[in-house]
Design a protein around this ligand. Structure first.
Ligand SMILES: [Zn+2]
Length: 355
């Protein structure tokens, strides 16, 4: 999850101006950018000051990853996310989660809904489901639990009925099913998190099977807004994303930790899809800050990544993306405003809409 360790970029003093035409040049601050997917489980005053200084908002996403320290259960994440939500006056909106591990127990769905309802009363604007579904959790008889299992239907309907959003991180980059390759941008993650490198793991569903089950879930709940995390795990090929955006009007994707994957594809092809669906991409970083991290250093890395990504999306300059030099996409100002702010407000309503 934490891919930040790889970034050793120097933070520029000034934010890079955007490529919009008229008036003031656009910046992250002038847009009032929203990082639509991050993980900050501390209300350290440095975080509050950082968000205010950059005029940045974020969606703080709770997630259960039994293999990742600090993420093992919904708590203490929910409590920490609520504390940051309050400390920032709503600048850090939050998304709750539920434990899918007990899915075979009677009353599972109702218990999950009751728990989620409490988080909605505490301000949560959505619910996260995670790659444990598809890649980890199994039935008593050994079958992998898939995202379209009917056990989730009442939960999905409840989320939709309450006007909340589903954040779905299902499946993984393709390298998870292949031998690790040093030239792949995700290899370092699997070196640090070998549990999620499922190459040659017997019986594990393929990426295509998990994404097909995810697609059936999205299709079965047309009233539910679904944000596919990490480019909907279709980070290798923007044409795959395009196909889903065409097919499922209730589906959008966040860019968390995947701007680099866009930079590795054909520039014109990526640009064409972003311009064709400017309302369906949400900028995000997947920034992680735990209580035991050095907050100052982490925040500098976050700012460096925000600035690097802005340079890539907003300008035609040469940008270094994880060791590769690429030309920025120079997206128009109106598109940048959508990707950096308006789409998050639309797809994840409840983020405080003030400047
Ligand atoms: Zn994440």
């Amino acid at each position: 999850m934490n891919r930040f360790a790889v970034f050793v970029l120097l933070a520029a003093v000034a934010l890079v101006p955007g490529a919009c035409g008229q008036g003031q040049p656009l910046t992250l601050s002038s847009i009032g950018a929203i990082d639509a997917h991050a993980h900050v489980y501390t209300a350290d005053p440095q975080v509050v000051r950082f968000l205010e200084k950059l005029n940045l908002r974020m969606v703080n996403i709770c997630v259960i990853d039994p293999k990742d320290r600090g993420f093992e259960q919904a708590e203490p994440q929910h409590t920490a996310a609520k504390a940051l939500y309050r400390a920032t006056g709503g600048r850090a909106a939050w998304v709750s989660t539920f434990d899918a591990e007990g899915w075979e127990k009677p009353g599972f769905a109702n218990a999950a809904i009751a728990q989620l309802d409490q988080t909605f009363r505490d301000g949560a604007i959505g619910v996260k489901i995670y790659k444990t579904i598809g890649l980890d959790i199994r039935s008593k008889s050994g079958q992998y639990l898939m995202p379209d299992n009917p056990v989730f239907d009442p939960i999905m309907e409840a989320i939709a009925a309450r006007g909340k959003t589903l954040y779905a991180h299902l499946a993984e980059p393709a390298i998870a099913w292949k031998p690790l390759d040093p030239s792949d941008p995700d290899t370092s993650y699997y070196e640090s998190n070998p549990y999620w490198h499922v190459f040659r793991r017997p019986g594990v569903p393929s990426k295509d099977q998990i994404l097909a089950a995810r697609d059936r879930l999205v299709a079965r709940h047309p009233r539910l807004r679904v944000i596919g995390c990490h480019l909907g795990s279709m980070e290798e090929d923007i044409a795959e994303i395009e196909q889903r955006l065409e097919k499922y009007p209730n589906f959008a994707v966040d860019m968390a930790a995947r701007v680099v994957h866009l930079s590795r594809q054909d520039r014109e092809k990526v640009r064409r899809v972003l311009l064709k669906y400017p309302d369906r991409f949400l900028y995000a970083t997947d920034f992680v800050l735990m209580t035991w991290n050095d907050a100052g250093k982490s925040l500098r890395n976050w700012q460096a990544e925000l600035e690097r990504d802005w340079k890539f999306l907003a300008t035609a300059e040469t940008v270094e993306m994880q060791g590769r030099k690429v030309q920025g996409l120079a997206l128009p100002g109106e598109v940048l405003k959508k990707i950096y702010r308006e789409n998050a407000l639309h797809w994840a309503p409840g983020i405080v809409n003030t400047k």
